[in-house]
Design a protein around this ligand. Structure first.
Ligand SMILES: [Zn+2]
Ligand SMILES: [Zn+2]
Length: 384
C-alpha cells in the first residue's frame, strides 16, 4: 500500500486542523467546540450518518457501503489536559491552564484523514464508524459513549485505536495480543475525628497518625516492580489535613491514591486489600472511601492484532521497541470488553518530551503513516 494515500492538499489541511485543535484545547467532558470543528472539517465527506453529543460531547460519523459486512470503528479522543503548555510553538494553546499534551489533537487529525480517504475510497462492505470520543483522560468518556442509547445502533464488530508514544523510535509500531494498558482506579479517602485546641490535642481526635501510618503502609507499593500479572502500584497523588491555623489540632484529612494493576482482576484484588488496610489503620476515626477515574485494562483481541500487524507489513512501518502493557491506563479498555479491539502504539521519536509533559507537541509527520495504517486495516477487515 502507498503511504501517500492523502494528497498534499489534504495533508496540509490536516496539519492546519491539528494546529487549530491544539491552539483551542478543551478539557474532559467540555469538548463541544472541538467536536464541532471536526464535524465541520469532515462535512464535505458526506458520511451517511452523523451522531452528535454522543456520551456528552462525542461525535460519530458513519460511512456506509449499503452492503452487508463488518462494522469497523476507529477511535480518537477529543480532550486536552489541565496543564499549562510550555512548547513555545506558534500554534500553542490560547487557553491558559489547558493544553493538548497527550497528542489527542494528532489522533483527531489522523481520524479526520481517514475520513478524507473514505470519501474517495468508500467501504465496499459493511460500515466504518469514526468515533471522536470525549473525556478519555478521566476514564469517563468511553463508558459514557457505551451507555448512550444511540450507541447500540453503532455497536462495532471491530474497534481500533492508536496512541502516539514519545520515547519510541519515530514511526515505529508496537502491539501485542492481550493486555495493552493497565487497569487503574483513584481512591479518595476521607478521615474524620474531632477538632481540639492545639494546646490540648488529647481532648480531640486527630487523623495525623493514621495518615502517617497509611503512607508508610503503602510505601511497598509506591515503587513499581516488573510488569507482569502481579504488577501493583499505589501512587499518592494528593494530601490534605486540618486547616492552616497553629491553634487547632485537626479533625479531618484527605488522601487521594491511584491504584494500578496489570488487569481488571488484579485491580479488584489490590483495591480490596488497600481498602482493608486503610480501614484497619484508621479504626476509631470515621472513614469514607470513594472511587474515581476508573479505567478497565485494555485487552487486545489476537484477531484484531493480526489485522494491525498485516497493515504494518503492507504500509512498511518498522516494529517499535516499547514495553507492553503500558502502565498508564486507556479508557479504550471499555470497548475491549464489548468487541474485538486492538490498541497499538506509534513512535513519536526518542527525543520527544513524555506524554503530559508541558513541552510535548504531537509530531505532524506521524499523520500520514497513521492514516495509511488505519486505511489498510479497514481494507483488510472489510475483505474478511
Ligand atoms: Zn493522556
Ligand atoms: Zn492520551
Amino acid at each position: 500500500m502507498d503511504v501517500t494515500c492523502l494528497t498534499p492538499q489534504e495533508l496540509t489541511a490536516l496539519i492546519q486542523l491539528r494546529h487549530q485543535l491544539h491552539a483551542n484545547p478543551e478539557l474532559s467532558g467540555h469538548e463541544a467546540a472541538t467536536a464541532a470543528c471536526v464535524r465541520d472539517f469532515l462535512r464535505h465527506t458526506a458520511p451517511a450518518q452523523v451522531v452528535e453529543g454522543l456520551g456528552g460531547s462525542g461525535l460519530a460519523l458513519v460511512y456506509d457501503s449499503g452492503q452487508p459486512g463488518p462494522r469497523v470503528m476507529f477511535r480518537a479522543e477529543l480532550d486536552a489536559l489541565p496543564i499549562t503548555e510550555e512548547t513555545g510553538v506558534p500554534h500553542a494553546s490560547r487557553c491558559p491552564g489547558k493544553a493538548h499534551l497527550c497528542g489527542h489533537d494528532g489522533h483527531m487529525a489522523i481520524l479526520a484523514g481517514l475520513g478524507l480517504w473514505l470519501a474517495r475510497n468508500p467501504p465496499q462492505a459493511g460500515q466504518v464508524v469514526l468515533l471522536f470520543q470525549p473525556a478519555e483522560e478521566t476514564g469517563a468518556g468511553a463508558r459514557a459513549v457505551l451507555a448512550d442509547p444511540r450507541f447500540a445502533a453503532l455497536q462495532p464488530d471491530w474497534a481500533f485505536a492508536l496512541h502516539n508514544m514519545p520515547g519510541m523510535d519515530f514511526e515505529t509500531l508496537a502491539i501485542a495480543p492481550g493486555v495493552a494498558s493497565c487497569a487503574s482506579v483513584g481512591l479518595r479517602v476521607t478521615l474524620r475525628g474531632r477538632e481540639a485546641h492545639a494546646a490540648q490535642p488529647e481532648t480531640g481526635q486527630s487523623p495525623a497518625l493514621a495518615l502517617g501510618a497509611m503512607i508508610a503502609a503503602l510505601a511497598p507499593y509506591s515503587t513499581p516492580g516488573p510488569m507482569g500479572a502481579d504488577f501493583r502500584l499505589a501512587t499518592l497523588c494528593h494530601l490534605n489535613m486540618g486547616t492552616p491555623a497553629f491553634g487547632i489540632a485537626p479533625a479531618q484529612a484527605e488522601v487521594w491514591i491511584t491504584l494500578r494493576a496489570y488487569d481488571d482482576a488484579g485491580l479488584d484484588t489490590f483495591e480490596a486489600a488497600v481498602v482493608a488496610l486503610v480501614e484497619n489503620i484508621a479504626r476509631g476515626l470515621s472513614v469514607q472511601i470513594s472511587r474515581h477515574d476508573h479505567f478497565h485494562a485494555t485487552v487486545n483481541s489476537p484477531l484484531a492484532v493480526d489485522h494491525v500487524l498485516g497493515a504494518q507489513g503492507a504500509v512498511g512501518v518498522a516494529p517499535g521497541n516499547f514495553s507492553i502493557p503500558m502502565r498508564p491506563s486507556e479508557d479504550f479498555g471499555a470497548f475491549s470488553r464489548k468487541t474485538r479491539t486492538a490498541l497499538f502504539f506509534l513512535g513519536a521519536g526518542q527525543d520527544q518530551p513524555a506524554l503530559h509533559d508541558p513541552a510535548y507537541d504531537f509530531p505532524d509527520a506521524l499523520i500520514r503513516p497513521a492514516v495509511a495504517l488505519f486505511a489498510q486495516i479497514q481494507r483488510q477487515v472489510q475483505a474478511g
